[in-house]
Design a binder for this molecule. Structure first.
Ligand SMILES: [Mg+2]
Length: 229
């Protein structure tokens, strides 16, 4: 099935290393901080709404998340949030940006085995600086031929990436945890994708209806790709 593949692109966050649970943790701490003003449920809702409103301006990643928390805190507290609380929010962000990297099971072994056989690309979205920092800390940089930090992961972004790599869509394979960002755009391009679900998914990445289950493969653990590749 994957005989024609020349280039394999891998997602990073929650495919190679832990990411989303850190956001959930901070959301919980943020709700605790603002508990004098609102319930956790309402705070989560307001924060998510702010993140969505700001996505086009700030893009994905920790910095935009922090700015959205500050903005949400001002609104939720009805302008009562104080500088100590704002400082705490900034510290949440700094803590996220200095977290150690927790590789997911099999990540290094898979890259080690695939890198002599294929051209390997890291295809991620988020803050450029943060993703570069994580990649450096992860020790995985040496396995990749090319790093691509995309502003978004939509059909057009992949189309440009595949053109830049000078391969046909049929020679390209994407592996990642997000159906919305790593899989369905490739299906739409008649390219190849392997889905490795992760237990924690951001609501923004959730897909409500999916009629394409036959157009890509789903595996339980990243190491399972070695069966096909
Ligand atoms: Mg991901």
């Amino acid at each position: 099935m994957y005989k024609n593949i020349k280039v394999i692109a891998l997602d990073a966050d929650d495919t190679l290393w832990v990411n989303e649970p850190y956001f959930r943790e901070v959301e919980h701490q943020f709700a605790k901080l603002l508990s004098p003003y609102e319930t956790e449920n309402k705070i989560n809702q307001e924060l998510y709404k702010k993140e969505m409103d700001n996505l086009e301006l700030y893009g994905y990643g920790v910095k935009g998340f922090v700015l959205s928390m500050v903005e949400a805190a001002i609104e939720i507290s009805n302008n009562k949030v104080n500088s100590k609380e704002i400082q705490q929010i900034l510290d949440f962000g700094k803590e996220m940006l200095s977290k150690p990297i927790e590789l997911l099971d099999g990540a290094e072994e898979v890259l080690k085995k695939l890198s002599p056989k294929y051209k390997l690309i890291l295809a991620t979205k988020g803050d450029l600086l943060d993703q570069e920092r994580k990649l450096k800390k992860s020790g995985l940089l040496k396995y990749f031929d090319h790093i691509e930090v995309l502003s978004d992961k939509k059909e057009d972004n992949y189309k440009r990436l595949i053109e830049f790599l000078e391969v046909a869509p049929s020679e390209f394979l994407m592996i990642g945890n997000s159906l919305k960002s790593d899989i369905l755009p490739l299906v739409a391009l008649n390219s190849n994708a392997i889905h490795v679900p992760y237990h924690t998914t951001w609501i923004h990445e959730e897909v409500t209806q999916n009629d394409n289950v036959d157009s890509y493969k789903t595996i339980q653990s990243l190491s399972d790709v070695l069966v096909f590749l």
